[in-house]
Design a protein around this ligand. Sequence first.
Ligand code: ADP
Ligand code: MG
Length: 174
Amino acid sequence: MTLPIYLIGARGCGKTTVGQSLALAQGCQFIDTDRWLQEQAQKSIAEIVEQEGWPAFRARETAALEAVSAPSCVIATGGGIILSEHNRHFMHEKGVVIYLCASVAVLANRLAAFPQEEQRPTLTGKPISEEVSEVLAQRDALYREAAHYVVDASLPPQQVVAEIEAVLQLARAS
Ligand code: ADP
Ligand code: MG
């Protein structure tokens, strides 16, 4: 049995993609808090935000985080999960937190190439690179505060998985 592994980082950093491969490699269950809370609510994130507002969405996100946190799980989180001090502290105490870190250019390219994969409404209505830049400026320090380890998420997915596995081995040996 191992501690839950939390993947944190901005939209497009690869939490879902890398998380699924990592879970497979580790023989863990994979859970995506965004997906989990949408199934629970029977609504998309866009609908939750539109009908209930951002604070209600954030409350659902915290509830999801707490509900899914279990041993031998890889948990992909929503990009804004670290905005809550409670969530940062909860993840840091409960498990191993990995920040998938990528530059604005890398993130903006991925989001531009696959805009349909992210159902969350844009936060500002601005062009992608501008929005990514602003969001990262606001959140990078919070990701780092919550994280035990920072991994380069601009590498190909299998290399990101390998990096995380190396870091986990170190963590388990210590
Ligand atoms: P997140 O869950 O963090 O928002 P996703 O896993 O959904 O990110 O990835 C966003 C997009 O970027 C997807 O189209 C995915 O295929 C692509 N992607 C994710 N990780 C990588 C990577 N390491 N290298 C190249 N493309 C990636
Ligand atoms: Mg995702």
